[in-house]
Ligand binder design. Structure first.
Ligand code: PLP
Length: 447
């Protein structure tokens, strides 16, 4: 199969392969962040992206189901975002000074979530999580953070603990393990890892409550694409009882599954929310929002010497820069005025995942398709798993890789190993093309 793919891609993406090869003299790899861990065997170099389409430098056009890992909910090169960016750039790229896009973006975010009283900006989801955890450690004067196995919170040492691939310890009581080489051991060991959705997690929390600075989770674990209302409610009750801040990482789900986020769907309010991706409209942006009492831990008293003792620092040179904020503001304003987009995305994703599941069944392929909102993913496995470690160990990753390359042959770009997403630019014709490509791909995979 590898030889067949090699031949096929040599013929169809020769320039992408050549440019990638020479770029590696200076760059680890000219693709997305997964390049370090899952380098694409047949990487694309993209010339342009518009709507739900991407065009590579060999002039192939694909229907994209990556959405750039999430930011592009309106589709690439949306005119409203382009116009806002043009206008903002003409006024100069402003950072480290006050400006309207930042003020307006903070306002629109605060109005979208009942739990959002104030906003602190940063440049990515990773930074937003780092800020939120630091605020909570300062507030509680404790170091330990509780998180859940399989929940990725960005690439910081703590955000990556037990977030993917390798797990250790009992399912009920996992050991914290470094998500990557180079992580600080003491940070890893200051992480209490729990099983999401398992009542045992609440028992563990009770045992360790006095050590905890915060509990962080993805209210819609992207890898499982499911909201567990009851468990979220239990976490909320636990945190309120023991005055431990509850952080929802909505870097992916924020403004994607609902105008607001998964917390609005679940009707559970966290103390802090981490945002990223969509709020930057395709430019780098992150934010922490939440209760004033917590956010104010980072608010200056006006005296740096007092602040040094009593406040926490979470600043950054480019945080809240005018271009990212203008693009984010244009995106959120458009979504606020066009909330039917969410209904459309839900309906389309339901339709698509049902079709894909049926095609797999008809072809007798053990494939689980999960989806929520506009987020969906494939797991080549016999059964649906409740827990991430089961999903991880029971699934055939090589089949995911093969599927991605077969789909590419049929005009669909999906990243090899990542959650997939639809955007507002996908129409029924695109979805039918995706299902047709999927059917052909499965037939070829099993031929
Ligand atoms: N949190 C979650 C749930 C994510 O999925 C990601 C990235 O995919 C992050 C945080 C980190 O965001 P970023 O890649 O913008 O740093």
């Amino acid at each position: 199969v590898k030889q067949k793919f090699d031949r096929y891609f040599q013929e169809t993406i020769p320039r992408s392969l050549q440019v990638t090869k020479s770029a590696k003299q200076h760059l680890v790899a000219p693709t997305h962040f997964d390049r370090y861990f899952f380098p694409s065997t047949y990487p694309l170099v993209v010339k342009k992206a518009y709507g739900c389409k991407i065009e590579d430098i060999d002039n192939n056009t694909y229907i994209d189901v990556s959405c750039g890992y999430g930011p592009h909910i309106l589709g690439y090169a949306h005119p409203v975002i382009n116009e806002a960016l043009q206008k903002a750039s003409q006024q100069g790229s402003i950072n480290a000074l006050g400006h309207f896009p930042e003020i307006e973006l903070a306002k629109i975010i605060s109005e979208a979530f009942p739990s959002a009283e104030k906003v602190i900006f940063s440049n990515s989801g990773t930074e937003a999580v780092i800020q939120a955890l630091r605020i909570c450690r300062a507030y509680r004067k404790k170091d330990m953070i509780a998180k859940f196995e399989g929940h990725y919170h960005g690439f910081s040492d703590q955000g990556m603990v037990s977030s993917w691939f390798r797990f250790s310890g009992q399912k009920k009581n996992p050991d914290p393990i470094a998500g990557t080489l180079g992580s600080v051991k003491s940070v890893v060991n200051n992480t209490l890892v729990l099983q999401y959705g398992d009542p045992g997690a609440l028992e563990q929390l009770l045992l360790r409550k006095d050590e905890l600075a915060a509990i962080i989770c993805e209210p819609l674990p992207t890898s499982m694409a499911k909201i567990d209302h009851e468990f979220l409610q239990q976490l909320r009750e636990f945190c309120s009882t023991h005055d431990i801040p509850l952080i929802f990482d909505e870097v992916v789900s924020g403004f994607r599954v609902h105008y607001g986020g998964a917390q609005v769907v679940a009707d559970v309010e966290p103390d802090l929310t981490c945002l990223g991706k969509i709020i930057g409209g395709g430019l780098p942006c992150g934010a922490v929002t939440g209760k004033k009492e917590l956010i104010d831990v980072a608010k200056s008293s006006g005296d740096p010497f007092i602040d040094y003792e009593q406040k926490t620092f979470v600043g950054g040179t480019m945080s809240g820069n005018s271009l990212s904020c203008a693009a984010g503001l244009a995106t959120l304003s458009y979504l606020r005025e066009n909330k039917h987009i969410y209904e459309q995305l839900h309906e389309q994703t339901n339709w698509l995942t049902t079709q894909l599941e049926e095609i797999a069944q008809n072809n007798k392929i053990s494939l689980q398709v999960s989806g929520y909102g506009s987020i969906f993913s494939f797991t080549f496995s016999h059964k649906k798993s409740k827990f991430y470690r089961e999903k991880q160990s029971g699934s055939n990753f090589k089949a995911n890789l093969a599927l991605a390359y077969y789909m590419r042959k049929h005009g669909i770009y999906m990243p090899e190993l990542h959650t997939l997403m639809l955007n507002a630019a996908h129409n029924m014709e695109d979805l039918e093309k995706i299902t047709a490509a999927f059917e052909k791909s499965l037939c070829e995979m099993t031929a």
